[in-house]
Design a protein around this ligand. Structure first.
Ligand code: UDP
Ligand code: MG
Length: 326
């Protein structure tokens, strides 16, 4: 028996619509004002859209929270979920998605790398009956070469070995109907690779293209090591192939060594005992040692994740929610 979702896609063309933006922020004092101004600008002509901005403060150590509270005092569209520490973007998104009230929800970066104008196009597609409208980046030329190549490799590997392919060049920026958000909430895992979860829930999906600009201000929070771990998370969350491959590798290596053993026995029978062989011995020993360590490492990745998951800790902790009326 699967889960049954109660909500039905409803709104027709031209009807009033409640839109919730989910905006994770981590040390973004430099960008918050620019973001709010741009959103205000984009939506000021949209009489049919009532807007809610749910900022999730992901343990910022700068003045982001104070700034948001100040803006909230004059702007009732702003709601703030203040997390107790930095939990990472995935957890912050999860927190935001659980707090939203709108009919349609759009997770969006505060650095304006996800252009708010695109949301209007997304809404138009949603009104056509789609439940998910992905923001598809037509080019990544504003990303560094290293980020582009590693992203390419990641998608290729991920889509080869996991059951649920990820759409390429699609980030967290997307419009989701309420039913999709409710579906996401039924997923119980505490390690949340959002892109993968988004893809896993499915639903009627389309996309709109956009050009991804550079960050307006401040600095990226994702460096190489963080991205590598993010990629590991993605693969281990959606595929167990890296665990299984060792069986086959093991079988191949054993077959090779078995043939080699037969060869040595026969050679010894025919040509007598032959002491030299240090090089081949050493190679075999170190090679197999290396293989085994890698295998154990992969086991460790999964075991570690299973361990963390088995603790059933919450994905995030909220210090306080600030609604506009507070
Ligand atoms: N972010 C977050 N928690 C983190 C890291 C990032 O909430 O631990 C937010 C950040 O404030 C921004 C969004 O996630 O709104 C994307 O971050 P960033 O622009 O640094 O990533 P990039 O665009 O470089 O991948
Ligand atoms: Mg960014």
């Amino acid at each position: 028996m699967g889960n049954h979702l109660t909500y039905q896609h409803g709104t027709q063309l031209g009807e009033h619509l409640e839109l919730s933006l989910v905006i994770p922020v981590f040390n973004e004092a430099a960008t918050v004002d620019l973001f709010i101004a741009r959103i205000t600008d984009v939506f000021k002509a949209e009489a049919l859209v009532s807007l809610e901005m749910v900022f999730v403060n992901d343990g910022s150590t700068d003045t982001t929270l104070e700034l948001l509270l100040q803006r909230q005092s004059t702007d009732p569209r702003i709601r703030i979920v203040d997390l107790s520490r930095n939990f990472g973007k995935e957890a912050a998104l999860t927190a935001g998605l659980e707090a939203v009230t709108g009919q349609v929800v759009v997770p969006i970066d505060v650095d304006l790398q996800d252009p708010p104008e695109v949301i209007l196009e997304m809404i138009a597609r949603w009104r056509e009956g789609y439940e998910v409208v992905l923001g598809h980046r037509v080019s990544r030329r504003n990303d560094s070469w290293a980020k582009q190549t590693s992203a390419n490799w990641f998608y290729r590997l991920h889509n080869k070995i996991s059951d649920q392919p990820l759409p390429e060049n699609v980030g967290d920026f997307r419009l989701m109907d309420r039913c999709v958000v409710e579906a996401l909430q039924t997923l119980p895992e505490s390690r949340r690779f959002m892109k993968g979860l988004f893809a896993w829930v499915g639903f009627r999906t389309t996309h709109v293209d956009y050009e991804r600009p550079e960050r307006v201000a401040g600095e990226s929070k994702f460096n190489g090591w963080r991205l590598w771990n993010f990629a590991l998370e993605g693969i281990t969350s959606f595929s167990t192939d890296p665990l299984k491959v060792w069986t086959y590798l093991g079988v191949c290596v054993s077959l090779v060594s078995f043939s080699f053993a037969i060869f040595i026995v026969l050679r010894t029978l025919f040509t007598g005992v032959d002491v030299p062989g240090y090089a081949s011995l050493m190679v075999a020993v170190t090679f197999l040692g290396g293989l085994q360590l890698i295998g154990i490492g992969v086991l460790g990745e999964y075991l570690g994740r299973t361990y963390i998951e088995s603790k059933r800790r919450p994905v995030y902790l909220v210090r306080r929610v600030y609604d506009a009326k507070d």
